[in-house]
Design a protein around this ligand. Structure first.
Ligand code: RBF
Length: 334
């Protein structure tokens, strides 16, 4: 009798220690998860970690598309005091996190797809999107001049972007343009700005006007509005290249290639290191193809189905050159 009481007491005690040792992760999404793979992967990495670690909880908060509200919403999220780690993502978040961190100096943050050094409570990781842009641009350019179905001889390629921001203007667009010009120096890049990350009807209009101007390949970076770009490309029989995620299944026969970010891996890995006490807060990393966080999906069956071998061989060579360091892109200080 006495012995079983002791055993029960021990179990209760052990359970309460396990509870106390549990960790809580808050994921702050500056936008909406649905339709933006970069945010979906952020949340998915945290969910995977929680599923593996008993006692770890995850709260996903979507701050919506009104950027003027994000700082207040982040402040309220942090003020609950509920989270050991607050995880967020996009290049505008370092500034907001720096502000909120001043009011909550005990809160730890992880920012992905952003860069902030020197704050002892913040770890951040920025993707080398010059590499990502270059590979997407090189593929788009080679396809555009190949004479393959759906292309023309105009040497015009387009982008539809949600908005301008330093990472877009100083890495993604210049990288994409460099890739195009590596295919042929005469290429012209036509960039259209949507003004938000969700208006698919307007994105379709922009895509139609690009196609009408002679563009035969578009890179959409406009969140859930990309659905409109897909529709316009299907109607026009032209091509797309994609960023961030494997999008082949959304539009078979329209997508040439996807140069993805393994944001789910980075989310999972940095959170795990943070909970184990090994993440270097205060530090900012830059990650790219060599580190395995940017990848052209060369193994996807649609890639070999729609992109001729001569083009794939050239793109393979560029990927290998980036991985070996023979082709290097220095990330600008943003
Ligand atoms: N990308 C998305 O896919 N969806 C978004 O809602 C979104 N919102 C953004 C808001 C701001 C203020 C900034 C600077 C970027 C945003 N991005 C968004 C772009 C994202 O950070 C990244 O650059 C692209 O997904 C390309 O990898």
């Amino acid at each position: 009798m006495r012995r079983s009481f002791l055993i029960i007491a021990w179990i209760v005690l052990a359970a309460s220690f396990a509870w106390a040792a549990g960790s809580s992760i808050g994921v702050f999404i500056p936008g909406v998860r649905q339709g933006s793979p970069i945010y979906d992967m952020l949340a998915a990495g945290a969910e995977r970690l929680a599923a593996e670690r008993p006692g770890t909880t995850v709260r996903i908060y979507e701050a919506g598309f009104n950027q003027a509200e994000w700082e207040d919403k982040l402040t309220s999220f942090v003020a609950t005091g509920n989270f050991d780690i607050v995880l967020t993502s996009n290049p505008s978040m370092p500034e907001l996190v720096a502000n909120v961190s001043r009011s909550f100096p005990r809160q730890k943050f992880i920012i992905l797809d952003g860069y902030l050094t020197g704050n002892p409570n913040v770890y951040s990781a920025l993707y080398n999107q010059l590499e990502q842009g270059y590979i997407a641009g090189y593929l788009a350019g080679l396809a555009s001049i190949s004479g393959m179905k759906g292309t023309n001889s105009e040497k015009k390629v387009g982008m539809i972007i949600g908005q301008n921001y330093p990472v877009m203007d100083r890495m993604i667009i210049p990288g994409f343009e460099q890739g195009l010009k590596a295919a042929d120096p005469a290429f012209q890049l036509d960039v259209r700005v949507l003004g938000n990350w969700y208006d698919a009807a307007k994105a379709a209009d922009l895509a139609r006007s690009l196609f009408a101007a002679g563009v035969d390949v578009i890179l959409p970076i406009c969140g859930s509005a990309s659905q409109g770009v897909i529709k316009a490309a299907q109607d026009a029989g032209r091509w797309l290249v994609f960023f961030d995620n494997d999008e082949f299944a959304r539009a078979p026969g329209v997508i040439l290639g996807c140069v993805v970010l393994h944001q789910d891996m980075l989310s999972y890995g940095t959170l795990k290191a943070a909970l184990e006490g090994t993440l270097k807060f205060g530090k900012a990393d830059i990650v790219g193809m060599k580190e395995g966080y940017i990848e052209l999906l060369q193994q996807h069956p649609d890639y070999s189905k729609y992109v001729p071998k001569a083009i794939r061989d050239k793109v393979d060579e560029a990927v290998r050159a980036i991985k070996s360091g023979a082709l290097a892109f220095k990330v600008p200080t943003l």
